[in-house]
Design a protein around this ligand. Structure first.
Ligand code: M6R
Length: 609
């Protein structure tokens, strides 16, 4: 995690760095810092806590200069503190580094450097980089960084500046994201494109083991052997406004409300209402590949994993191919059975989650073809997969994932429909039903989001409860898990998601007046069963919030609060059911007075294993 930025050009650099860090703060907010080349010195300014703390320090003390680097930290090695905040310097303060990643061999390197006389001031792994560059520096920063990088094990995106080379930032990448922004007589480096979107949309997505030598006048890319690399310039389509709050109190609320549009955009050009065609450009699978598939292995983490759970339900139901589901951090430690006829379906909003990337590489190594579903063009997952289907959700800034999830479900629905057509496992009638239902989803999401006062009332009533149990069945077991994850991560209330049928095997013992049960009880095959499970909770005097279909009146006798959502096909219902669960978590967190977009201990993009 962590975010890095860098700028060289003709403008005053400090506001550009702070603005860039603001856009990257989702990557970590334990501390922040900048280093600015100012009158032949490097001024370093850093502070523990959120970026706003650094900003207040900079108000009276902002160094002037036109070249600098900055960092926002999610702590891995060393607690959040001023000493551990980046940037880190060598012994003389002439070489300064920012880094995102983990240097796995930092301890032996540090021991060696201390024996050589270097003085360390932090507990971080990063500081070794500054001292290694110091040892290697003989008047050529690019060369010193290159030889340093060759000694590092682990993951890094780093940027280094040097007092003696005042028009130069040297950046390098291995397994952590790094992008270069190309301006007119000014250039940028960053962990993610939004950091420099107000200034340029022209981007180099840097590959592993590449050095970027960034000057005001231009950017040169080299391999770690020192050979020049040529790369296409990519023009991004997001604009800076898309990464702003746009009048909403929090990014999360804005992103919840963006879902109808995001769903429409994700469907656009893929599902035709007139011709009934499903077109999946970028799929990377021929009909022959699809017919040969013997298994699909889905790889994802967190919310994306919940999307994969729904995907399994859809694919097995429609395509009749067995689907294995793995939390990415488990896949490669269980010796999975994967061969050339296996499809690895990788889901990641950011496309940079370290566990997901590692799982994907493992599946690839074992011969699987890889299809990625991601939101970020040019991300590592997108670049390494054989095929990519983008969720056109726009930038998702809030740590709690919302629109990425529902658009992932949209893509999974389209993939299921497409594969089932190619394999001939769907009837014309079922195909038409699903298409009609899918087509209608964005409108239904719009309808739901136009009026949800009852959810705010519900959040008010339950925000002081000690715990929440979420229960669902079929595809809505994933909804239960996702609802519980949302409330845990932003409201800090203990919550569990359960298969409703499992309640009586243990969790029901927890029912008491301080425990709220959220029952996902929209119409579908197991509706009656969920009602029975609700009866069981009610009989133990549990409080129940039901998520129910619009015209369901029967449910009122069983639930203390009912939130109605528009009715759709059961398979697609997790898309619409996500909306009240997201809003409930949002308002509960708000009533509890939490920092919603940047919950404690978390970061948006988890680029460490
Ligand atoms: O970028 P990814 O989709 O790979 O991220 C995976 C998880 O880290 C992410 O979904 C996380 O669980 C969210 N914060 C949940 O809201």
């Amino acid at each position: 995690m962590c975010g890095i930025v860098g700028y060289t050009g003709g403008r005053e650099v400090c506001p550009i760095l702070v603005d860039g860090l603001r856009r990257l703060e989702y990557r970590g907010y334990d501390s922040a810092g900048v280093a600015i080349l100012s009158d032949e010195r490097i001024e370093v300014c850093k502070a523990t806590g959120k970026l706003s703390v650094l900003e207040s320090v900079l108000i009276d003390n902002s160094p002037n200069g036109v070249l600098g680097i900055g960092h926002t930290r999610w702590a891995t090695h060393g607690r959040p503190s001023d000493e551990n905040a980046h940037p880190h310097s060598d012994c003389t303060g002439s070489i300064v580094v920012v880094h995102n990643g983990i240097i796995e061999n930092y301890l032996p390197l540090k021991t060696q450097l201390i024996a050589n006389g270097h003085k360390f001031v932090s507990e971080t792994d990063t500081e070794v980089i500054a001292h290694l560059v110091e040892e290697a520096y003989q008047g050529d920063l690019a060369e010193a960084v290159r030889s340093t990088v060759l000694r590092l094990e682990g993951s890094f995106a780093l940027a280094v500046i040097c007092r003696e080379q005042p028009d130069l930032i040297v950046a390098a990448r291995r397994h952590s994201p790094l992008v270069v922004g190309l301006g007119e007589n000014e250039n940028f480096i960053a962990s993610d494109v939004p950091a420099f979107l107000p200034y340029t949309k022209k981007v180099y997505f840097i590959d592993d083991d590449t050095l970027a030598i960034v000057k005001k006048s231009g950017v040169e890319l080299r391999s770690l052997d020192g050979d020049p690399i040529s790369k296409d310039v990519f023009e991004v389509t997001w604009n800076a406004d898309m990464a702003e709050r746009g009048g909403y109190e929090h990014f999360m609320l804005k992103e919840i409300h963006e879902q109808p549009t995001a769903l429409r955009e994700t469907m656009r050009g893929r599902l035709s209402s007139e011709t009934a065609d499903v077109t999946l450009e970028g799929l990377g699978l021929s009909h022959e590949d699809i017919l040969k598939l013997n298994k699909i292995v889905m790889i994802a983490c967190g919310t994306a994993y919940h999307a994969a759970m729904v995907g399994k339900y859809m694919i097995e139901g429609l395509v009749r191919i067995p689907v294995e589901l793995d939390v990415a951090s488990e896949l490669r430690y269980r010796d999975p059975i994967i061969d050339n006829n296996t499809l690895a379906l990788v889901i990641s909003q950011s496309g940079e989650t370290a566990d997901t990337l590692a799982g994907m590489r493992e599946a690839k190594r074992r011969g699987a073809k890889v299809l990625a579903i991601t939101n970020v063009v040019g991300s590592s997952v997108a670049r390494e997969a054989d095929g990519v289907l983008y969720t056109y959700a726009g930038p998702e800034i809030a740590v709690a994932s919302t629109k990425a999830y529902t658009t992932q479900l949209m893509v999974l629905s389209l993939v299921s429909l497409y594969l089932s057509r190619v394999r001939g496992t769907i009837s014309t009638e079922r195909d038409a039903q699903l298409r009609r239902a899918l087509w209608y989803i964005p409108e239904q999401a719009d309808l739901f989001l136009s009026e949800y006062q009852d959810i705010i009332g519900c959040a008010d009533r339950y925000h002081n409860f000690a715990g929440f149990l979420y229960m669902g069945r079929g595809p809505n077991l994933a909804s239960a898990l996702e609802g519980a994850l949302k409330i845990k991560e932003i409201a800090y209330i203990h919550a569990e998601g359960y298969a409703a049928g499992e309640m009586k095997h243990g969790p029901i013992a927890m029912i008491d007046p301080s425990m709220a049960t959220v029952a996902i009880a929209t119409k579908g095959r197991t509706y009656e069963k969920v009602l029975s499970n609700m009866q069981e909770v009610k009989a133990r005097l549990g409080e129940i919030i039901a998520i129910a279909s619009t015209h369901d009146t029967e449910i009122h006798s069983l639930a203390d609060k009912v939130i109605h959502v528009p009715e759709t096909e059961e398979m697609l219902s997790p898309i619409l059911n996500a909306l009240p669960l997201q809003l409930l978590a949002y308002y509960v967190a708000k009533f509890r007075g939490h920092e919603i977009d940047q919950p404690r201990n978390l970061a948006k993009s988890v680029t460490v294993e």
